[in-house]
Design a protein. Structure first.
Length: 80
């Protein structure tokens, strides 16, 4: 299922090139088709704990999941 724009989602895998980890929260800001007909992607904006943008990434839809009521947020240092 495709989350609505500006919905918060969680990453389902690590993105080491952006120092992001599975479970990090991001906001869906747009959707993009795959250039050669593969899986549709989405553009995510990732914020730090103070609400400052730290990354804008493109990832396939299978790389995100919607947040659930039985989950809680936590804080971690940005991966090095």
């Amino acid at each position: 299922m495709k989350p609505e724009l500006y919905t918060q989602v969680a990453l389902t895998r690590d993105l080491p090139q952006h120092r992001l980890m599975r479970g990090d929260i991001a906001t869906v800001i747009d959707y993009v088709p795959h250039p050669s007909g593969g899986e549709e992607g989405c553009i995510l904006e990732v914020f730090n704990a103070l609400g400052e943008t730290i990354a804008v990434v493109v990832i396939e839809l299978s790389g995100i999941e919607t947040l659930q009521a039985n989950e809680i947020l936590s804080v971690r240092s940005l991966a090095t």
